[in-house]
Design a protein around this ligand. Structure first.
Ligand code: MN
Length: 241
């Protein structure tokens, strides 16, 4: 059987060393997690024209939305907060189109970090633009400077009977945390299936979809040594077969 193909959206990257040579790329950890699951990763560059983007979309069996820039608050009807981070209108446009197409076709979709955020916005939800500023009682979720990429930052409480609980086999999962934004109002059609101890939303799932899962942590960074993280990628690929 031919292995399925998983689309992995690129970031809008301006390398610090060479800012005049912008590039489309993505962290190797996503590519390797997909490959370990037995699928062929296809990096999707940020094409502004829908026809060419659609040509790539038509070649993928499933979609992976990785971490990255902040979604433009205009997309959920809010002015830009002064703690909102770097924005890419180009990436917003690409991912919003891919999500609409994948929802219409019931293509399996795994959304990670920015992914869960853009998924929620695409379906009509909203975001906290900065957890620290807007949810002051929340714990630390932005561990870029303090934690290794695979280092546990907090637990999440996983909802019983959820797809996530089935996949990870526990109701309390230790996760890493590299985000300063989070789901605020959850979109219609998504169900919250994990929260951090402070109440911050850490996972959402679709109702009755073949595979629609968003997580706020970075399983791709833990997946090489942690079967519960790799299971999310395995399940995405299984849903494509
Ligand atoms: Mn977190």
């Amino acid at each position: 059987m031919t292995p399925p193909t998983i689309g992995v959206v690129c970031m809008d990257d301006r390398p610090k060393l060479d800012p005049h040579a912008p590039r489309y790329g993505q962290n190797q950890s996503y590519v390797h997690a997909v490959a370990r699951a037995g699928a062929a990763p296809l990096l999707i560059p940020l094409l502004a024209g829908e026809a060419l983007l659609r040509a790539l979309y038509d070649r993928i069996d499933g979609l992976l939305l990785p971490g990255g820039e902040d979604v433009h608050p205009n997309q959920y009807g809010e002015p830009v907060h002064d703690r909102c981070g770097k924005i890419s209108d180009l990436r917003d446009g690409v991912e919003l189109a891919l999500i609409q197409w994948a929802m219409a076709d019931h293509k399996p979709l795994l959304a990670i970090c920015r992914g869960i955020q853009v998924l929620n916005v695409a379906l009509g939800g909203s975001l906290y633009q900065d957890i620290q500023a807007q949810v002051p009682q929340a714990g630390e979720h932005n561990c870029h400077a303090s934690h290794a990429r695979n280092q546990v930052a907090h637990d999440v409480a996983v909802a019983a009977d959820s797809r996530l609980a089935y996949l990870v086999g526990t109701d309390r999962l230790p996760v890493n945390s590299f985000h300063h934004q989070a789901v605020k109002d959850v979109a219609l059609g998504l169900v919250i299936t994990a929260r951090a101890p402070d109440g911050i939303v850490e996972a959402v799932e679709g109702d009755g979809r073949p595979f629609l899962l968003g997580v706020q942590w970075h399983p791709e960074e833990m997946a090489a040594d942690d079967v519960r993280a790799q299971r999310l990628f395995d399940a995405l690929v299984e849903a494509c077969q």
